[in-house]
Design a protein around this ligand. Structure first.
Ligand SMILES: [Zn+2]
Ligand SMILES: [Zn+2]
Length: 146
């Protein structure tokens, strides 16, 4: 399946081909911090198909618990995470950040990694209050109960 994506400010644009059955959620604590939320959704680009069409992401190399190094890339202007990649491997494997892909509504995860560090409250999402937009905030950042 052909996918394309961009960062929030539009400076970085890219395309790739992915297997939609390979979408995974990662609950590891690094993904929690690096995504600024509580899990990350990733799909690997099929070998040789990932291409940056415009812009150049900034690269941060993180060392994982296993000692493996991975490039984490993001837009230097708006901070949108773009992909992670192996360092020095050939071919490089690119893990695309599903939230930056235009076709994200068609990329449903089928597996969860590092579930032991997942936030337990995620189990309660189906029964949590749901608003189609967001409430009006008052001057102190408060809002009405659902
Ligand atoms: Zn950007
Ligand atoms: Zn992770």
């Amino acid at each position: 399946m052909k996918v394309d994506g961009s960062c929030h400010c539009g400076k970085i644009r890219f395309e790739a081909e992915v297997d939609p059955r390979k979408v995974v959620i990662c609950h590891c604590t690094d993904c929690q911090t690096l995504s600024g939320t509580v899990f990350r959704t990733v799909v690997p680009a099929i070998e040789g198909t990932f291409r940056i069409l415009s812009g150049a992401p900034k690269v941060y190399v993180k060392t994982g618990e296993s000692g493996n190094k991975r490039e984490q890339t993001f837009c230097p202007d708006c901070g949108t995470p773009i992909y992670s990649a192996t360092v020095g491997a050939n071919p490089q494997v690119f893990g695309l950040r599903v939230g930056a892909l235009r076709q994200r509504d068609q990329l449903m995860p089928s597996d969860q990694f590092w579930f032991r560090s997942s936030q337990p409250w995620l189990q309660g999402l189906p029964s949590m209050a749901k608003r189609q937009t967001q409430p009006v905030f008052d001057a102190k950042g408060g809002f009405d109960d659902p």
